[in-house]
Design a protein around this ligand. Structure first.
Ligand SMILES: Cc1cn([C@H]2C[C@H](O)[C@@H](COP(=O)(O)OP(=O)(O)O[C@H]3O[C@@H](C)C(=O)[C@@H](O)[C@H]3O)O2)c(=O)[nH]c1=O
Length: 193
């Protein structure tokens, strides 16, 4: 079954919507198929699956990335509830540096987002008890774990949620602005994979 893929204006960022085979019992869906991704030129070796639960709507996680040598590509989907998913290009020299893509992922729309290396990632829960599951291409590396301020004015992300009602981790309250870091990622006009 071919993948339903939408390419975004940011190089390599994709929305992927797997087919759901519905029947009287419910549905069946291939949520990750390496051969089908390879057919689209994406050969990512995922090594870890992560799951998070956000109890309330308004939980904002982000904007996160891991620096090389632990840089991660991610394939993100929602098992329950809905999120606003945001991906920011932080590759120095990129023609779209600092620009973002915003996509709603939900258990209902079954959409996934593919986030390549070189992008910061964040999500906002839009419903209570939202569960997110995502594959990553490098193991967790606390020393390389880093972030950018979700409200960096230069990024201009409209989260569509009153700032005073957002629920953030302590860590996510203190990330620097993009202009205040030297991103560890450099734009490659001809990326492999
Ligand atoms: C990311 C991560 C965290 N942890 C631990 C560290 C900490 O004690 C606890 C919660 O970590 P965090 O606060 O970083 O979790 P969270 O804020 O959900 O972080 C995630 O946010 C989204 C937007 C992403 O893109 C992910 O890659 C990841 O950075 O889990 C791991 O053991 N393995 C992991 O891979």
């Amino acid at each position: 079954m071919p993948l339903n893929i939408t390419r975004h204006d940011l190089q390599g960022v994709l929305t992927v919507t797997p087919v759901r085979h519905a029947d009287a019992r419910g549905f069946f869906s291939e949520t990750w198929n390496a051969a089908q991704f390879a057919a689209h030129g994406i050969r990512t070796d995922f090594v870890q699956d992560n799951q998070s639960l956000s109890r309330d709507a308004g939980v904002l996680r982000g904007l996160h990335y891991q620096a090389p040598p632990a840089a991660q590509a991610k394939l993100v989907r929602v098992l329950r509830g809905a999120v606003l998913d945001v991906v920011v290009d932080i590759r120095r020299g990129s023609p779209t540096f600092g620009q973002h893509v915003k996509v709603e992922l939900s258990a209902a729309n079954w959409a996934q987002i593919y986030v390549p290396e070189g992008f910061a990632h964040g999500l906002l829960s839009l419903e209570p008890d939202t569960e997110v599951l995502y594959k990553v291409s490098a193991h967790y590396a606390p020393a390389q774990d880093a972030g950018i301020a979700w409200d960096d004015p230069a990024l201009g992300i409209d989260w569509g949620w009153p700032a005073e009602r957002l629920i953030l981790s302590e860590k996510d309250r203190h990330h620097p602005r993009l202009a205040d870091i030297t991103s560890p990622f450099v734009f490659d006009p001809e990326p492999v994979g």
